[in-house]
Structures are given as C-alpha cells and as structure tokens.
Design a protein around this ligand. Structure first.
Ligand code: MG
Ligand code: ZN
Length: 222
C-alpha cells in the first residue's frame, strides 16, 4: 500500500502550544509514547528508525510520522517494514509544528501503536523550539558534524532528553573530541543522556534500545 502523504503549511493561527497540549492529552489517553527525533540532514534519523523497528517490532507496536520539506523517500523505506507511517510534507517549512503532527495523529491507527516516533525535518535550529506534544525529545549528532555543535546550537542541546552520537565507526578518520562534547552538552543540560552509537556496526545500539524499553515500562507502571 502506498504511503499517505499530507501536505500541510504551518498554521500560524492556532497557537502551537495549545495544539501540542491537545496532542499530548490524546497520546496519554491512548497510552502512546511519542518521541520527537531531530538532527541535521544526513545524521542518520531514518537509519536509526529502521534499525530500531527491526530490533523492537516483535515486542512493541511502532508507528512513525515522517516530516520532510518534500518527497516521501523516507516514509517509503519505513512502509516496506509494514509499520504504520504517515508522511507530512511541510511545503517549504523547516520544522514540524503541533498542528501538522495533529493531522499526522488523525491519520494513524492509534489504537494499534505503543511507541510513535516523529522524524522531524532535518534542521538543528528551530525544530527544538516547537513542542509537538511528545513526551521525549531525542537528537542525533553524527560524528562528522563535529564536537563544537552544542556551542553553536544551544537550544537544541538544552531541550533534548537524549543525545545519540552517531556514526562512531568513523571515529578513526575524524578528530571528534568526545570528552569535550559531553562536557559541553552537560554544561547546557545536566540531565541529558548521551549514547554513542553506530547503526552500521551495532555499537551502542543496545543502550538505546534499553532506554526505549525503560521509557515504555515506566509508563506501564504509572
Ligand atoms: Mg531521514
Ligand atoms: Zn523552522
């Protein structure tokens, strides 16, 4: 079945936070954990999602909202995994807003989803400033982007619950200073958890899956 593609321009008439709260209430009612994944273009959001789906889909019902300026290239890859997915095209917009995500939620089988990922538009600047109603924010920083990014994009690093440092298999080729990176991130937000991962070799992926499992379990208990 072809992926459903919704083209939605940012709606500046409805206050973003009002809609985000509505989204969050809907998710709580349906007992869904929604995680907003953000990064620069090419940091590995789609690859991470494909690996995560592969690892967890037998025990967790996963759904995806894909955000892109145009195309359904990423959503098509997800669709091949037989996971519910909806593509939002922002018609030029550089981030997803809560109204667009609300439309995404309305086009997904929410009663059959426990864990819902949003793949946000590739952009480190304004994506973090828009609450979508998600319970957790995660960002991916790929090694080639450099360890100085927390200084340049502080809002992103301050907002997120988890930073995934991706493409660690490239470490021998690069001068990425992990110690400096970690101290810069912690300087902005002491509580941020940092995992170094390589979707290619599988290094560090278990820590990411355990974190996800822990989030799902703590919801079941509460
Ligand atoms: Mg992608
Ligand atoms: Zn934007």
């Amino acid at each position: 079945m072809a992926v459903k593609v919704l083209t939605i321009k940012e709606d500046i008439l409805v206050a973003n936070d009002v809609r985000a709260n509505e989204n969050n209430a809907l998710l709580e009612k349906k007992n869904i954990l929604m995680i907003n994944i953000m990064s620069s273009p090419g940091a590995g959001k789609t690859t991470l999602l494909l690996k995560t789906i592969n690892n967890m889909k037998d025990k967790t019902r996963i759904g995806i909202i894909e955000g892109d300026v145009a195309s359904s290239v990423d959503a098509d890859k997800i669709n091949e995994q037989s996971i519910p997915v909806v593509q939002i095209n922002t018609a030029g917009g550089c981030h997803l807003d809560a109204n667009q995500v609300n439309q995404g939620l309305m086009n997904l089988p929410l009663d059959n989803i426990d864990l819902l990922f949003i793949e946000n538009v590739g952009n480190l600047i304004c994506t973090a400033e828009f609450n979508l109603g998600e319970q957790k924010k995660v960002m991916i920083l790929s090694l080639p982007e450099g360890h100085d990014k927390p200084y340049k994009y502080p809002i992103m690093f301050t907002e997120v619950d988890v930073v995934l440092v991706s493409k660690t298999d490239l470490a021998p080729l690069l001068d990425f200073d992990m110690e400096e990176f970690v101290s810069a991130v912690k300087g902005l937000n002491e509580k941020t958890e940092i995992f170094a991962i390589s979707a290619k070799t599988g290094e560090g992926m278990e820590a990411w899956y355990s974190w996800l499992t822990k989030q799902l379990e703590s919801r079941r208990i509460s």
